[in-house]
Design a protein around this ligand. Structure first.
Ligand code: DX5
Ligand code: ZN
Length: 215
């Protein structure tokens, strides 16, 4: 069964704890989009907000770092209560960043933009716990799903299974009821959905609908 990770980017930032409570019990992770205004044009949240959220939920806090120089923030995110930290392969210095994520004691994630070829992440597969395949360009929620990235999901699924690696594949961007099935079929383990869940009238029902569309 796939896991569901609502992205709080689409939640009400003035009522985060209340919005998170609406999906608690229905989903496995909370996806936290951290943007710095440099790696991406948008600016969102950092360790203080993760720390503020931490006492309100036991959900796995899956932090997606869309920031330049993520190395200087890893310890602060871990101290704030992040359960997983994901950095982008496009930034370079990947081996050192993954080692540092292991060092701060959380799940190691590696993300790739839609145009980045699958081959870019292959050298790091032995050193990660999560592969995040972006299905929109990072920066904003509510963009349309890019179906071509499913080829990368298929390639990753094949290699992970063949090598017996313990890596979960996560897809992020434009996931809704109408494409969740295709993503799951391609081999995704974790579906991130922002507007598809928190943009819905009833986020818990939307999460359930995405889960049943993917099974
Ligand atoms: C985009 C973020 C996504 C975004 C997904 O940079 O990484 O996690 O919140 O939002 P939707 O599901 O609305 O595309
Ligand atoms: Zn994200």
């Amino acid at each position: 069964m796939v896991k569901i990770a609502p992205s709080i980017l689409a939640a009400d930032f003035a009522n985060l704890a209340a919005d998170v409570a609406r999906v608690d019990g229905e989903v496995e992770l909370l996806h936290v989009d951290c943007m710095d205004g440099h790696y991406v044009p948008n600016l969102t949240i950092g360790p203080p907000v993760v720390a503020a959220l931490r006492p309100h939920t036991e959900l796995f806090l899956d932090c997606h770092l869309m920031v330049d120089n993520p190395g200087r923030l890893l310890q602060a995110f871990a101290d704030a209560g992040a359960d997983g930290l994901t950095v982008h392969v496009e930034l370079g210095d990947t081996a050192a960043l993954l080692a540092e994520i292991a060092n701060v004691g959380v799940r190691r994630g590696l993300a790739m933009e839609p145009e980045t070829p699958y081959e870019a992440v292959v050298p790091y597969l032995a050193d990660i716990d999560l592969l995040l395949v972006m299905s929109v360009h990072t920066g904003f929620g509510g963009q349309p799903f890019i179906p071509e990235v499913l080829d990368k999901v298929r390639a990753a699924r094949k290699e992970i299974d063949a090598r017996g690696l313990a890596i979960e594949i996560e897809i992020d961007g434009g996931i809704k009821v109408d494409n969740a099935g295709r993503a799951a079929e391609a081999g995704v383990d974790i579906l991130v959905s922002g507007t598809g869940i928190f943009g819905a009238e009833d986020p818990a029902a939307a999460a359930r609908a995405i889960r049943s569309a993917s099974s």
